[in-house]
Each structure stands twice: as C-alpha cells, then as structure tokens.
Design a protein around this ligand. Structure first.
Ligand code: 5GP
Ligand code: MG
Ligand code: MG
Length: 183
C-alpha cells in the first residue's frame, strides 16, 4: 500500500502529528507535577496505546515503570461489544502502587470502566486514567478520566495506534476513516 492509497481511505485528519506531540508534552508536565515524589506505574492497553505510551513515557521527567495489558472488546469491527476479556495480564503486583492507565481512545467507556475496577481490586494506592482521545459517548458513563488529550467527534478514527482490521496503526496522525473502507 503506498501513501496515496492511505490518504484515499481517510475522510478527514482530526489531529496532526504536531498537535498530538504538543498535547502530550503539556499533559506530561502536568503528570510530573501531580505525581511528584511518588512512584508511578504507567499501564498501556495493547495494542492501541503503544504509540501514546512511547511518546508519553519519553515526555515524562520523573521515574516511571511501565507494564502492559491486552484486553479485547471490539474484535475487528467498529462497535463495542461490552464484553471485556483479558488477553494478557500485568506482570506487576499493584499492591500500594500509583497506577495510571494509558489508553488510546474512550468511546463507550465500557472497556475502561471495567479495567479500572479490575485494577482497583488489586490493592493499589491509586488508579487514574489517561486517554489520548475521547468521544462524546464516553460522557454518558460514570468514569473519571484524569487526563484527556483531545475530545473528538463521534466518528470511527484510525492512526496513532488506532486500527481498522489491524491497519493504519502506524500513522503518526489521527483521521476519520472514509465510509467506503468499511461499508
Ligand atoms: P470503548 O469500550 O470505550 O467503547 O472502546 C474500547 C476500545 O475500542 C478502545 O480502547 C479502542 O481500542 C477501540 N475504539 C473505540 N473507538 C474507536 C475508534 O474510533 N477507532 C478505533 N480504531 N478504535 C476504537
Ligand atoms: Mg484501546
Ligand atoms: Mg482495534
């Protein structure tokens, strides 16, 4: 697939590479301040959060440890099933730790509210959420998100870790997918 083909699959660019990096720098400075003097474990949710974890971790100035979880809720389609399954669990014992879950996007919020409750049951000192993108639907669920990169319209988006049938994750920016791609 050449770059020409990728552009044709996108309807609109919602967040450029530069906008993403600038926002991550801002939030990282906030996180450095909020967790000053405390050990922080950042937990990336595979596979979508790989890009944002890598950029956020490098933008932080404090010591952090990193771990990963993989959960499934979507399959390869574009609708949340509401059923969450752990594909890969953490290797870290959360007892007494300050945990920050790092997500690519919150849509219905079903995945994250389940995940937050799951991690809270493991005895951590705190569990907070960072999401790079958030859709309006997420406002309907009771979920307290401490750090939000950007609120975006209610459209299916790809890029910067976000996939459609495993494609487009490698884009440095985020765009809405043209309907002809999944129609
Ligand atoms: P939620 O449970 O909040 O509805 O969404 C769970 C997961 O679905 C997100 O972490 C993300 O991996 C995926 N997802 C939600 N909305 C989108 C989207 O617009 N594009 C892509 N590629 N994935 C999404
Ligand atoms: Mg995700
Ligand atoms: Mg996906």
């Amino acid at each position: 697939m050449d770059s020409q083909d990728v552009q044709a699959d996108l309807k609109e660019i919602l967040c450029t590479k530069e906008q993403i990096q600038e926002r991550i720098e801002e939030l990282a400075a906030q996180i450095d301040k909020d967790y000053e003097g405390r050990d922080l474990l950042i937990v990336g949710v595979l596979k979508g959060a790989v890009m944002v974890m890598a950029d956020l971790a490098r933008a932080l100035h404090s010591h952090v440890t990193m771990d990963w979880m993989a959960v499934s809720s979507y399959g390869s389609g574009t609708q949340s099933s509401g059923v969450v399954r752990i594909i890969k669990d953490l290797e870290t014992d959360l007892m007494g730790k300050h945990v920050l879950i790092v997500e690519d996007i919150i849509d219905s919020g079903l995945t994250l509210s389940w995940l937050k409750a799951n991690l809270e049951s493991r005895g951590p000192a705190s569990v907070e959420i960072f999401t790079m993108f958030r859709k309006p639907e997420a406002a309907k669920v009771e979920i307290d998100v401490k750090y939000v990169g950007k609120d975006i319209p209610n459209e299916f988006v790809v890029g910067y870790g976000l996939d459609y049938a495993e494609k487009y994750r490698n884009l440095g920016f985020v765009g809405s997918l043209a309907p002809h791609v999944y129609a």
